[in-house]
Design a protein around this ligand. Structure first.
Ligand code: PNS
Length: 162
């Protein structure tokens, strides 16, 4: 089985993530989507909610496994026999940090990182920007799967009412 991982925070998953995961799912037998837990960041969605949204939106690809992980990505890969990390590159600005991480991860365990250029439609898209625009009432419905958009609007309304 040829395996790869698409790692990220996925808070929440966007159409940009889906673009990369779908393309990876056509290249590999199994694509692991790893929700990395960052102790220093509190998300808008819990890790379980993020996993549920990924499962709902990626299930149709048929070869996706979704899990959370707290710790190093290279350990996640080693424990599951995953030789490749797939990352979307949106613009040149992503490249410096992504290259650093790729070189560090390769130096740690030999895991490879493969970069996929994002669709130009999503080259500006990030979960943070979507959350910011939505929190001020901006329309982000074209940037998210419908179920994610619904939950985002609900969550922002809940937070505003607290
Ligand atoms: O969606 P994000 O927040 O841009 O994803 C970044 C992520 C989670 C892929 C990256 O921070 C990561 O790999 N974190 C896991 C911890 C780790 O392995 N850190 C060392 C990287 S060289």
């Amino acid at each position: 089985m040829r395996r790869a991982v698409c790692p990220g925070s996925f808070d929440p998953i966007t159409n940009g993530h889906l673009d990369i995961i779908e393309r990876a799912s056509k290249l590999y037998d199994v694509v692991h989507v790893a929700v990395l837990i960052n102790k220093n960041k509190s998300g808008l969605f819990t890790v379980d909610e993020r996993i549920a949204l990924i499962e709902e939106t990626c299930g149709r690809y048929g070869n996706i496994e979704v899990e959370s992980h707290s710790g190093l990505l290279v350990d996640f890969c080693r424990d599951r026999g995953i030789p490749a990390i797939i990352k979307g590159l949106r613009a040149v600005s992503d490249f410096d940090y992504e290259l650093q991480m790729a070189q560090m991860n390769h130096g740690l365990t030999g895991v490879e990182t493969l970069f996929v250029p994002t669709s130009p439609t999503y080259s500006f898209l990030s979960s943070s920007l979507v959350k910011e625009v939505a929190s001020y009432g901006g329309d982000v419905s074209h940037l998210l799967p419908p179920v994610v958009h619904r939950r985002l609007v609900e969550r922002i309304a809940e937070r505003a009412g607290q």
